[in-house]
Design a protein around this ligand. Structure first.
Ligand SMILES: [Zn+2]
Length: 468
């Protein structure tokens, strides 16, 4: 099945001609200018060579492209894409400048219909703020989560309309240990519908057997994994935990005891020929550490290290870091990763630095089939920082992951929003208290405006609703 996002009208703001007319090409920020140049490159030979006149406005450019003759279907599409790109850049430029207009009223909408759609252009406000990496307010962050969950439920219902109802997982085919980083997520709806995968999310995609809670959690996960199943470690390029280990002097003893443990559990030694850089090395070494687990041996599990590299082209997006045949699930995650990356690129998501409007803490068992909380909120690449907590247990690495995000991740550090999702709100509340007790950083942040939201997950409808 094909996974497409459905758009609703909530979070839409309007750009009218007068706003487009205010945006001079010469005044655009360099990254938007780069996007324009790249986007128009495909139209070489159709458009005049010096179309990007700094004195002209985006309105004039848009109009010029709209007027072009369309001699073939390919030209038609290329010109339409260019029109859309200009509008999207205008939206982003306005969002960044903070000139976002509120959603139109019913009367305004009527009037716009009456005047004709051409004079006003719809751009999704929250999406524009996210892609231009402007921090969402706590209220907006909640809105974005609620809307994303609605989209996810529409998708699930659509699926169930044509297929069997989504079943509960009895036994997992694979456990995926993956970094909390908002960019490290190659999965789509189809992966969870077609496979029984348990996602465990922790900064640095690491496993520290010294941490009793982490050990119990992994034991439980492996017990639910089928005989001969796969344990896949997905590291990623530009991983903050790996970089922190490389600059341990800036972190160890300077942030918190939890962060010390996390940084020290990273292992960058190049132990196999597949380790071409430190990020790959850490994924390989974490996998090797897991391979020593007694259940892995007993159940003949396959331990598979991979690297998700969104800085490279499609062919190098997900590298399998082991000899021998690649498991089919890795191939399927790569295909999904390519779709996600393409979506991110087409919609101007910047991936060079991490951005997240919320830290989502969830129990992968509690979420059932859709064990990756990002799935539940229909989050694209670089939207949500995700941390796993099983039941009421919070590992040292999980606390360290949250602390790291609160201090270092764009979006979250500006408007800290922690969301605890569980089907039982009492368990979520206990986790909240545990988190506050364990971490001075989380305590201090909540004293200074950070919010911890509790959301209840309904396993029947997949709805997630705000409790407090
Ligand atoms: Zn990472």
């Amino acid at each position: 099945m094909c996974f497409k996002r459905s758009y609703t009208t909530s979070g839409v703001f309007m750009i009218d001609e007068s706003l487009l007319k205010k945006l001079k090409i010469g005044n655009l920020q360099p990254e938007f200018l780069d996007k324009l140049e790249d986007g128009l490159e495909e139209l070489q030979g159709i458009l005049p060579p010096k179309i990007l006149d700094p004195e002209k406005t985006l309105y004039e450019l848009h109009k010029h492209i709209k007027k072009q003759k369309r001699n073939s279907k390919a030209q038609q599409k290329a010109l339409e894409d260019a029109e859309k790109m200009i509008l999207s850049i205008a939206g982003l430029a306005h969002a960044r400048a903070g000139q976002i207009q509120p959603r139109e009223t019913r009367e305004e909408r009527k009037e716009r219909r009456f005047r004709g759609v051409d004079s006003l252009i719809e751009v999704r406000m929250l999406q524009s703020k996210i892609t231009s990496q402007v921090a969402l307010t706590l209220k907006e962050s909640k809105e974005q989560l609620t809307e994303g969950n609605m989209e996810f439920r529409i998708e699930t219902e659509r699926y169930q309309h044509h297929h069997e109802p989504v079943k509960a997982v009895q036994e997992y085919d694979a456990v995926v240990l993956i970094c909390s980083d908002a960019r490290d997520d190659p999965s789509l709806f189809r992966d969870f519908v077609d496979n029984d995968i348990l996602f465990i999310q922790v900064a640095g995609n690491l496993y520290d057997p010294k941490d009793a809670v982490a050990k119990t959690q992994l034991d439980t996960a492996l017990r639910k994994l089928k005989q001969g199943g796969e344990l896949i470690v997905v590291g990623h390029s530009k991983c903050g935990a790996v970089d922190a280990n490389a600059h341990a002097g800036h972190y160890v003893g300077k942030v918190s005891g939890h962060v010390d443990m996390l940084v020290e559990a990273v292992d960058r030694r190049h132990t196999t020929p597949q380790a071409k850089d430190d990020y790959q090395a850490n994924a390989i070494n974490q996998a090797m550490r897991l391979a020593e687990h007694p259940i892995v041996f007993k159940k003949r599990l396959q331990v598979v290290p991979c690297l998700f590299d969104f800085t490279n082209g499609e062919d190098k997006l997900l590298t399998y870091l082991k000899d021998g045949t690649e498991p089919p699930l890795v191939t399927s995650l790569r295909a999904s990763g390519i779709s996600r990356l393409k979506y991110a690129n087409d919609n101007h998501y910047a991936l060079a630095s991490q951005y997240s409007h919320a830290i989502v803490v969830s129990d992968p068992f509690d979420l059932g089939r859709f064990s990756n909380s990002r799935m539940l909120f229909n989050a694209r690449l670089n939207e949500l920082f995700a941390v796993s907590a099983f039941g009421k247990g919070l590992s040292t690495e999980a606390i360290a992951s949250i602390e790291y995000a609160l201090l270092k991740v764009n979006g979250v550090k500006d408007a800290p929003h922690i969301v605890i999702t569980h089907s039982n709100p009492e368990t979520a509340e206990e986790l909240k208290q545990k988190m506050l007790k364990a971490s001075k950083i989380i305590r201090d942040k909540t004293k200074n405006g950070a919010m911890i939201t509790i959301m209840q997950y309904d396993p029947q409808t997949h709805a997630v609703s705000v409790v407090s």
